[in-house]
Every structure is written in C-alpha cells, then in structure tokens.
Ligand binder design. Structure first.
Ligand code: GLU
Length: 479
C-alpha cells in the first residue's frame, strides 16, 4: 500500500464542532495507525461564510486535543502546498481548461432566475429537480457571442450518460449510484471560484490522499467526485462515510441544539481534560474489541481499526463523557487538579484570604468525585459562606433531643485541640462517640449539619478542617 495520507478539510466558517473534531480524530487515528500523514486543508471557497480566525481556531482546538497535523497551511510540505483552496485557484483553472477542451464541461449562461423557475416547474411536476441541459449544446459561436456580450456564466460538468458509479465504502460496504440521477452540476461558479465537489477532487488527488473518512452527509457527493476521477483518469481514494452523532433523543446533533455543548472550546472552558475528550470522542462511532473504555492516546492509535467503525448513529452520551473525564481527573496529581480548578474558584469566590494550602485541601476533598473543573464551584459553596443554611429536612433532623449534648461534647473536644488537623478532628469525633454515646447517623449527621448546614458531603473531618477552628466552634455553639 502507498503511504497512507488522509486529510481533515474544514471550512473556516466556525469553531471546531464535536462532529468535525470526531472526523479529524478518526482520520488522525487511521493515519497514525498506518504510520501515515494527517493533512489539514482549508476549504474556504464559500467566501461569504468564512469567519475571521476560523482556521486558527480549528487548529488551536485540534492542538488542545492533541491532534497536530503533519501538514497544514502553517506547516506546509512544499510538495503539496498551498493548503488553502483560495490560494489554489490557478490549479483548478488549469484543470477546468482541460475539462472544457475535452468536452467534459461546458459554459452555462442560464440566469439564477431561469434556474429557479425551472426548479419550481420540475418540483411541481413531481420530478427530481436537476439542470435541464439548456446550455449543454451551445455552438462555439453562440458561446463566443454570449461571452462577448459580457453575460456571466458558470461551468458545468457534462455528466456522462448511463454510467454507474460504485465503490466499496469502508464503513457502509458496496454503494452504487447511476449517472441518470445526477444533473449536470456546477464545477465553477460565476465568480470563478470552484464548488466543493470539484475542488475537493483536485486537492485530494494532487495531495496524494489515499483514504477519506468524512460525515455521511457527503455520501451523495461521492458519485459526483467519482465521475471527475474517471474523467481525469485518476485513481480515487478509498471512502468511508461515518454515521451521524445524535443526541439523547436520537436527533441529529445540530448546532442549534442547546442540550449539548457542541464546540470543543466549550469543553476546554469548562475544565474538561483534553485526553479524556480524545478518549471519549474515539468511542463516538467506533468501538474497540473487548470491554476496555479508557485508552491512552497511543493505545487508541494502536487499537484503531476502521472495520470497527459503526454503521449506526452514535449517541453523544453526556453521562459517559462525565464518567470518562472523572476517570482522567482521578489519575491526575493533586497539583494538576488544583491548577485545573483554581481559575474557576477565583472567578466565583474571593480567594484573597485563602492560603494555597487551604485551596489545595479544598480541592483534595473533591478530587475523586470531580467530573470537570468548573464543577468544583457547584460543590464548595458551604466553605465560602459566612452563615450556614439548613433546608427543611436538616432542620427537622436537628430537633432530636440528644443532639445538643452531642454537639456540646464535640465542641469541647475541638476547643481543646492544639493542632487543628484532619486526624485530630477525626479523633474528636471518635471521642464524642464514646462520651456522648451517639453513634453512626446520630453522631455524624448533627456535626455535619451544625458545621456545614448540609446533610451529606465528603469526609467530615476534612470539611471541618477547611471551615477552621474558630468558625466551627462558633457554629457548634448555636445549637
Ligand atoms: N469541507 C467539507 C466539510 O467540512 C469537507 C468534506 C470532505 O471531507 O470531503 O464538510
């Protein structure tokens, strides 16, 4: 097999979407599995839709995920450059001339209004709308005349009659399309800029692309591309059309769906870990052999096998992402998790009087349960409030008549402590158990509610340590 070369070819019309990131990831895993190249190319021919910074944002988000292209507009291989379609117009032009000379394409002078009217007529007659071939047989003189009159034109491909375009899709198996179902489509728009289906063929061929993994919305484009490969006498790459990503209601992920964060940068901003995202996305439409779900970058490269790409839609399971991310957070050192959480804490709370040690202790209490960085702020309010607040259930619980004595004993023990640390606080709880004869729930729950206001939480001694001796005693005195 030739050296594997794949590409991810986004339009710079937005930021890196989950769907795009998954396409990039599968191409990347396939390339690296086969020791091949992963190329990043920009399809920017839809100029009105391009956004400022779109390309850099795509590249930055890929880099955050750990996907670094071997070639890209910022890291070009001179053999294949340039990597932005708008910088390749002269390359397309040469090929267009060849197609025109060989009768494979023709100039079409139909106006948008004419085309629109024909489209409506065909639809009303229950026909599939396609170009009616009006300009397909203009004589050279007629063409010259219209051009001389300054009439704008597009260039259309002359779709061959009675051809069948078939290929073995790496995911879907054998697929075939008939040319009679495809009207003469536009290769070059009136502004001289090629359409996607045209430019992509020239680029994939001239960049020696061997395999293409892309979204299933491109399946119906493939026969259009195959007819060009055939006309030019080029070998087409192998195609694999990946299934949709759907939400929990089995609906296609659309950019407007607010139930799921759709852009990679949003996950970065919420404190998800890039290697967890990489791992999670690799399982969106691909499954390894066996039950393993947590993989390193390198393990995924080794395990990746295109035969195990799914034929059915893959569900974006938020709970699973949270689970995967938590697994990665647990593996990180406390220092790393503190670094992850601190910006979120600093944004919500005033940390000026909090020592680094205190912040570290705070994060360490939640280290094992944390799903993503920003979540820390949903968990730690009780450590930043001046007063505790109890809900009704806690208030009801605190009515038990044995509680004041238990709390009193505990408070006395705490007051005597010289070194206020977790171990010593734990010893005070134990001593209170004996002296106040309170056990289990009747020991822990009152102390927790009195000091934090809440009925459940992480390790009690650690919580009291974070609250501090003075505040804990003050709170205990109120009961
Ligand atoms: N620019 C196209 C897209 O973003 C690429 C399609 C392809 O991979 O051929 O969908």
């Amino acid at each position: 097999m030739d050296k594997v070369r794949v590409r991810y070819a986004p339009s710079p019309t937005g930021h890196l979407h989950i769907g795009g990131a998954r396409t990039a990831l599968f191409n990347y895993l396939f390339a690296k599995h086969h020791h091949g190249d992963f190329v990043f190319r920009i399809e920017d021919t839809d100029i009105e839709r391009n956004i400022e910074g779109g390309e850099a944002s795509q590249l930055d988000n890929l880099a955050w995920l750990g996907i670094i292209p071997d070639e890209s507009p910022v890291n070009p291989n001179p053999k294949y450059a340039p990597y932005r379609q708008m910088e390749r117009l002269d390359i397309y032009k040469k090929h267009t001339e060849w197609l025109l000379e060989h009768g494979c394409a023709y100039k079409c002078f139909c106006t948008p209004e004419e085309l629109e009217a024909e489209h409506e007529r065909q639809t009303a007659a229950g026909q599939a709308p396609m170009y009616n071939g009006k300009c397909a047989h203009l004589t050279p003189e007629e063409v010259a005349e219209k051009e001389a009159a300054g009439m704008p034109y597009t260039i259309r491909i002359r779709v061959p009659e009675n051809e069948v375009y078939e290929f073995d899709d790496m995911i879907r198996g054998h697929v075939s399309f008939e040319s009679k179902d495809i009207g003469d489509w536009v290769l070059v728009k009136a502004n001289g800029i090629p359409t996607y289906n045209y430019a992509v063929v020239i680029d994939d061929h001239s960049m020696d692309i061997t395999h293409v993994f892309r979204g299933e919305e491109h399946l119906s484009n493939t026969p259009k591309q195959l007819m060009l490969y055939k006309m030019f006498g080029w070998e087409a790459p192998k195609f694999g059309h990946m299934t949709l990503i759907v939400n929990e209601n089995r609906k296609k992920l659309s950019k407007r769906d607010e139930s799921i964060m759709q852009f990679v940068s949003q996950y970065k901003d919420e404190g998800y870990l890039p290697d967890a995202m990489f791992n999670f996305m690799a399982l969106l439409g691909w499954s390894p052999e066996g039950e393993q779900e947590i993989f390193t970058h390198q393990e995924l490269i080794e395990a990746f096998d295109e035969h195990r790409l799914s034929k059915s839609p893959s569900m974006f399971d938020k709970q699973k992402l949270i689970w995967v991310n938590n697994r990665y957070i647990k593996e990180r050192s406390l220092d790393e998790v503190v670094a992850l959480c601190k910006p979120f804490l600093a944004k919500k709370y005033d940390l000026t009087n909090k020592s680094d040690e205190w912040i570290e202790q705070l994060v360490s209490v939640y280290h094992d349960q944390l799903s993503y960085g920003a979540e820390i702020c949903d968990l730690v309010d009780v450590f930043f409030e001046d007063e505790i607040t109890m809900d009704e259930e806690a208030q009801e619980f605190m009515k038990d008549e044995t509680i004041p004595n238990t709390l009193h004993v505990f408070k006395e023990k705490l007051s005597e402590l010289e070194e206020f640390n977790k171990e010593n606080i734990q010893a005070c709880i134990k001593a209170t158990q004996k002296e106040a004869k309170a056990r289990g729930k009747m020991l822990y729950m009152p102390i927790r509610i009195a000091t934090t206001g809440i009925m459940h939480g992480p390790d009690l001694a650690s919580c009291i340590c974070l609250i501090g001796k003075e505040t804990a005693i003050e709170r205990l005195s109120k009961f």
